[in-house]
Design a protein around this ligand. Sequence first.
Ligand SMILES: [Zn+2]
Length: 113
Amino acid sequence: MNPPDQRDRLRLALDGLRQDLLAIEVELVATRAVRANGGDDDEHDPDGIPLSSVLQLLEGQKMRAVNDIREAQASLVDLAHGTYGICRICSQPIPPGRLEIRPTTSTCVNCAG
Ligand SMILES: [Zn+2]
């Protein structure tokens, strides 16, 4: 595996994460709009998930997406500096198998926990 492949994979991962974030933000705006219009169905729809819970869920997803994007960006910087694939905590190389599953990771399995 050569560096251009790693860069392509990271860029691809970053693109996907940005699209995820966009989708979450669109949903957040839409849900907030429903709520602002007095459409909170907490009482009217006992079977549905309350809007407040939906918002909470979306906020959590957004935070994770933002975090993942930061990780991906940091990985691209690491790649440019030649330190990509090195665990940030113990400075040991991260196994290629782990990088394949999680290209944006900056820690080895041992340090991830
Ligand atoms: Zn480590």
